[in-house]
Design a protein around this ligand. Structure first.
Ligand code: UDX
Length: 433
């Protein structure tokens, strides 16, 4: 389907590698360029530097169409399309640091076959216009420009990429729009064409609205706790309204990860820079910051004190199915618990060993049972399916105090209290033996 193109992908992170693997799967020749020698070495050795289901298989199956390099000139030598997938971390002012994007743009002067530059990195609205101007200044007027934001979620990125709800292509010219539509041939999803600025805004607005939806149910959960309602019933019934939908209505310890926290702050900063205070987003960010702190406060109230209490944190990654710890609520919980004088144990099946604060002082255990042994409380921080497989009745005597704080509302609190636990959760009544 479509004709094979030569594509350069800049950035071998989550987005870049998934993009490269999927384009190679569609039949394109792809050269991936990263500035980290270790990443390129691993990829050339047939390893995958990140955990993402299906990614390793896809890279291996298409390895004859994939090249990895540290050299930007080599990456663009044959490229017809250059995809920019580098990270854009926030600076002190909250603006995105675009230095890695600009470094790629500078390397494009050596790309004799280039027809289009595409940005997948999340960038402030208006970045495309600045890149367009820079390309023109560099004598690359003939090269098209497009914004093609990525909506994949970690842990299901390959599936999301190949079966997206939509493909957003933002560009000012028809040739580039047609070229990118052709590059995506074989992907099972509708293409939405628009201008560059709108495409840039779609990504930020979509993530901010998802973060708002989670935050809304977290606030409803707080009111449920105060009034005796059960947020799970409320979310199920709200979600049956097709205008609202059940997705992203799970109350918990707050959203984390590489996108929601960063993108909501970036959108807020962007609004502030134009003199507008985005009030709804201010509230979303504040409530999400409060969410893990509230949990620690409730635990403290239940135990009387956290000083010298042994607390087990079950799950460290920002969500199950990933090894990613970026902006994980577990890190805020761990820091707060340590500040209150607690001793920490932890368990996670996938998080990479962390020897930096606050994890340096936490005892990490290979099993859930070992982590909760002699604990005064266990907190479910990430809804790993392993937690469903624990025989909680058998596990109870190993704890010094059978208190379970289900921070993701994944277990049945009544069943737990029947086998001797005090079960706290988010937006539901605390059940007792
Ligand atoms: C998200 C978006 O889903 C994706 O479209 C975008 O491209 C990048 O950001 P991701 O960060 O991988 O993807 O994870 P996601 O599954 O969306 O979860 C984000 C956070 O929200 C997690 O911390 C999760 O625990 C939390 N969450 C999600 C809730 O607390 N409740 C919910 O109902 C859903």
């Amino acid at each position: 389907q479509g004709s094979a193109r030569s594509i350069a992908v800049f950035g071998a992170g989550y987005i870049g590698l998934v993009t490269a693997a999927c384009f190679a799967h569609l039949g394109h020749r792809v050269t991936v360029r990263d500035i980290q020698p270790e990443r390129i070495r691993l990829l050339n050795a047939g390893d995958v530097p990140i955990h993402e289901p299906g990614l390793g298989d896809l890279l291996a199956e298409n390895k004859e169409r994939l090249t990895y390099t540290l050299d930007a000139t080599e990456a663009v030598r044959d490229a017809q399309v250059a995809y920019i997938c580098v990270d854009t971390p926030p600076t002190a002012s909250g603006d995105a640091d675009l230095s890695r994007v600009w470094a790629v743009i500078n390397a494009l002067k050596d790309a004799p076959h280039l027809s289009a530059v595409v940005v997948k990195s999340t960038v402030p609205v208006g970045t495309g216009a600045r890149i367009r101007a820079a390309l023109n200044e560099a004598g690359l007027e003939h090269v098209g420009y497009a914004s093609n934001p990525e909506f994949t979620a970690e842990g299901r990125a390959v599936t999301d990429f190949l079966h997206p709800d939509r493909i957003v292509i933002g560009t000012a010219d028809h040739t580039t729009a047609a070229l990118l539509t052709e590059v995506h041939a074989g992907i099972d999803g509708p293409v939405q064409h628009m201008d560059v600025a709108s495409a840039e805004m779609v990504k930020l607005a979509a993530n901010a609205l998802l973060a708002t939806k989670i935050t809304f149910i977290n606030e409803i959960a707080t009111v449920c706790e105060a009034t005796g309602a059960d947020v799970s019933h409320v979310a199920d019934a709200i979600g049956m309204d097709h205008r609202l939908g059940r997705h992203f209505l799970n109350a918990g310890l707050g959203y984390g990860g590489s996108c929601f926290p960063k993108d909501s702050r970036a959108l807020r900063a962007m609004a502030s820079n134009s003199g507008y205070s985005f009030q709804l987003l201010n509230a979303v960010i504040a409530v999400n910051d409060l969410q893990p702190r509230r949990a620690v406060q409730r635990l403290k109230a239940e135990l009387g004190t956290l000083n010298q209490r042994r607390i087990a944190l079950l799950g460290m990654t920002f969500k199950p199915g990933t090894d990613d710890m970026r902006e994980a609520p577990s890190t805020v919980l761990a820091s707060r618990l340590l500040a209150e004088g607690a001793a920490l144990t932890c368990w996670d099946p996938m998080a990479r060993p962390a020897d930096t604060a606050p994890w340096a002082t936490a005892e990490r255990h290979p099993t859930i049972i070992e982590a909760i042994t002699a604990a005064d409380a266990a907190v479910i921080v990430t809804e790993w399916p392993h937690l469903h497989d624990v025989d909680w009745e058998q596990a109870r005597p190993t704890m010094r105090n059978p208190l379970l704080f289900d921070g993701r509302n994944m277990l049945d609190p009544d069943a737990l209290s029947r086998v001797g636990y005090t079960c706290m959760s988010v937006g539901r009544a605390t059940t007792r033996p």
